[in-house]
Design a protein around this ligand. Structure first.
Ligand SMILES: Cc1cc2nc3c(=O)[nH]c(=O)nc-3n(C[C@H](O)[C@H](O)[C@H](O)COP(=O)(O)OP(=O)(O)OC[C@H]3O[C@@H](n4cnc5c(N)ncnc54)[C@H](O)[C@@H]3O)c2cc1C
Length: 391
């Protein structure tokens, strides 16, 4: 038909997310007349075979989840527009180190690779030292992989951004959009709905004593109520901060964090290292993120959807996987929630149940929890014990 532009309107995919049931014709098999009409008012002509030009995918937010979705889509030659309300790319919590836990049978890097994330970590933690007021245990083995987040060229944020851009994704900084107008909402923890807080400092690598293969977690309610104080090595600076599920005020949590810096063993690690920045971040975990993962046809990814680790606040893996699955769902026209269910199974329920217990843990409980592992344990043995307790 001369002059007629044939294309699939992206809202068809969104509609499929909302209404498609097996046995009914999928909107993906509908050819759509776009002509000059705006995206949301296109006409659908059911019954014609899919042979279309694909419309742009709009992503709100250029955090880890949005960047992953943009990278996966653009690599597959899908047109992508990413809108980021900040004027430049930077994780909401400022530059810091992030660890991905490697506590499953399948290596987590291999798992992330299967979702299109192939960045190498800058280091592998081989000694994870967990400390409570009266106990200490070392997990020996590759328990965490480390990545830098921030504005430097070597950080995950900048590498993914450059790759997505090189593959054709277009970024619009200083542009806030309504997540409901996006195909993928990757807007991070809701401003007023967060339920985990992180607060602490980055400490210069120079002068401090923290090998790149060693990380610490201190379990002490005085320092990190219902959470833990993390020490992770970095490139140029290390990250030292408290994560809490019950102290949700930055100033009060920072004041608690100071108590950690008074402990002799932490003073030794810091040495003459200097505080070079503050780490202040919010996070949001939903008890059942999968059921709320599609809102009015928009796919929620990362912390916008509450995809977080309820036990440790480790959202990196979830941001990458949900960003990638949302991209796949749009490309294949498959059901996003079904993909999530297949991938995560009962993970979120198990983590929530564990979090319930952790919320009531006293320092004595932490002593028992860590003391029970003995002074040293292999990662393999630790994983066996985790499996036995359900998470
Ligand atoms: C201090 C700290 C330490 C952490 N450490 C670890 C760790 O060691 N391991 C781990 O696995 N996880 C860790 N996490 C969690 C992990 O960083 C997050 O789960 C993950 O980065 C969330 O990514 P996201 O893309 O969902 O959200 P965000 O990174 O928050 O990105 C959302 C983006 O959307 C933008 N935005 C918001 N609204 C709009 C809008 N309307 N329009 C346009 N743009 C918008 C924001 O400006 C932001 O850039 C840590 C988190 C914090 C705070």
């Amino acid at each position: 038909m001369p002059g007629e532009v044939r294309e699939v309107v992206w809202s068809a995919f969104k509609m499929e997310q909302a209404i498609y049931k097996p046995g009914f014709p999928s909107p993906l098999q509908w050819t759509v007349r776009a002509e000059s009409e705006p995206r949301r008012r296109n006409l659908f002509c059911p019954g014609t075979v899919f042979d279309a030009v694909v419309e742009k995918v709009r992503i709100a937010g250029a955090g880890l989840a949005g960047l992953t979705a943009a990278y996966v889509l653009s690599k597959a030659n899908r047109p992508v527009e990413v809108y980021e309300k900040k004027s430049r790319l930077l994780p909401s919590s400022g530059p810091h180190t992030e660890g991905i836990r490697n506590y499953r049978e399948r290596d987590v890097l291999e798992e992330l690779n299967s979702f299109g994330f192939d960045l190498p970590p800058f280091s592998t933690v081989l000694a994870t030292i967990r400390v409570s007021p009266r106990a200490r245990n070392v997990i020996r083995g590759p328990a965490h992989y480390l990545f830098m987040r921030g504005r430097e060229d070597h950080t995950v944020d900048q590498i993914l951004f450059r790759r997505a851009q090189a593959a054709g994704a277009r970024f619009h900084f200083d542009e806030e959009i309504d997540p409901a107008d996006a195909d993928i909402a990757a807007t991070g923890p809701p401003r007023d709905g967060y339920n985990i807080l992180g607060a602490g400092y980055s400490i210069s690598e120079a002068g401090s004593d923290l090998p790149r293969d060693t990380a610490y977690a201190l379990f002490d309610n005085e320092v990190a109520p219902g959470g833990y104080f993390a020490i992770t090595p970095g490139i140029g600076f290390h990250s030292m901060y408290s994560v809490s599920w019950s102290e949700l005020d930055f100033d009060r949590l920072l004041a608690r964090t100071e108590k950690a810096f008074d402990l002799p063993w932490i003073r030794e690690i810091v040495g003459s290292g200097k505080r070079v920045g503050r780490i202040l971040g919010r996070a949001y975990v939903a008890p059942d993120p999968i059921s709320g993962a599609v809102r009015d046809g928009t796919l929620l990814v990362g912390e916008a959807g509450g995809f977080q680790d309820a036990v440790a606040g480790f959202g990196f893996r979830y941001s990458v996987i949900t960003g990638s699955l949302a991209a796949r769902s749009l490309m294949e026209g498959s059901d996003y929630r079904a993909l999530l269910r297949d991938t995560f199974g009962l993970e979120f329920q198990q983590a929530s149940a564990m979090r319930e217990k952790m919320n009531h843990a006293t320092n004595d409980d932490y002593d028992r929890m860590i003391g029970a592992l003995g002074p040293e344990i292999s990662l393999k043995e630790y994983m066996k014990r985790r499996e036995a307790r359900g998470f």
